[in-house]
Write a protein of this length. Sequence first.
Length: 402
Amino acid sequence: MKIKGAYLIVCSPDRNFVTLKIETDEGIYGLGDATLNGRELAVASYLTEHVIPCLIGRDPFQVEDIWQYLYRGAYWRRGPVTMSAIAAVDVALWDIKAKAFNTPLYNLLGGKSREGVLVYAHANGTDIAEAVDSVQKHVDLGYLAVRAQSGVPGVASSYGVPKGGKPYEPAERGLPSESLWSSERYLNFVPKLFQAVRSACGEDLHLLHDVHHRLTPIEAARLGKELEPFHLFWMEDPTPAENSDAFRVIREHTTTPIATGEVFNSFWDAHDLIRNQWIDYLRMTIVHGGGITALKKAADFAAIYQVRTGFHGATDLSPVTMAAALHFGLAIHNFGIQEHMPHTALTDEVFPHQYTFNAGYLHPGEGPGLGVDIDEKLAAKYPYQRAYLPVARKIDGTLTEW
Ligand code: GCO
Ligand code: MG
């Protein structure tokens, strides 16, 4: 089998997605997600101008060699644009190979290690009462794990809280909006949120919370300590992770489990965090982390240190990445949990998929390959629209983490 051609489908069915389609001379094709929220066209151009010409005529079964060719062969390494482009190729090749063997992708990754993939949902509200209500609604839908976020009194708008009753979607068309942030107000508020959620929902529910990189290490240590009575499944991205040592400070003060890595694009971003056992869950994602080939190595390394996976799964990761994560999560031994932020009905229509939700678990389905397709005619009706994530400023105007 040979790669005959490849092209990109850039579309915006409610939000932007960049999808790579690789075609072979035997009629089998594979899909890969190349979406990098807010910087989509940089990856599209990297693939079209620099990567696709190198793929034509290659054997699509040589997944490892093609990965090395694109990573080592470019000389310039890492970075979200490069690694998302490599991931798109890698996932499309795994899809082709599994389709060629007429088997679901998880069988090429070691086979089933469990019956389903435990997922967590997003609950949010503008205040504690709304947030508790939203957690309860997700429990009623069957979720066994729920992330709780709430508006903070005295902070006009913040990460994770929907505007005007709509489902939360961080990307906004037009130029970046600005929101306000106060760590002091947030720190005084969050323990009250979790006290209310725990007492309303009981001890069995897994509760998660995303700090979204906004605290200093010692502030995060305080939060972790104050949340201990509420037994969180994890506290996510407590502080920016460029400096791994920051996590040592947090770890020295609290037993609240820690998850990080959604902005990582290389195993090397996570290396110190894992080998020092400063985190409990690795949140890298297949699309931004260089694909299945790269993440399999990262997950195997993490397994040695009892660090489990908890892959990023927000709406900016297309159904192609979601399916890849589900096959991956079903197969590896040290799977922890998978984020599940459902796409809009229109996105689901553009990307017909086999994965299904049942009683707290997602299952990738038993069809060959990833089990996801793209309706190119429908996608063409929704052209790309420039969009950005918001930026945040402290009350005195200083730019800070959103
Ligand atoms: C999460 C993430 C997202 C990101 C978004 C950025 O935990 O799901 O933090 O909400 O902000 O994916 O593109
Ligand atoms: Mg997050």
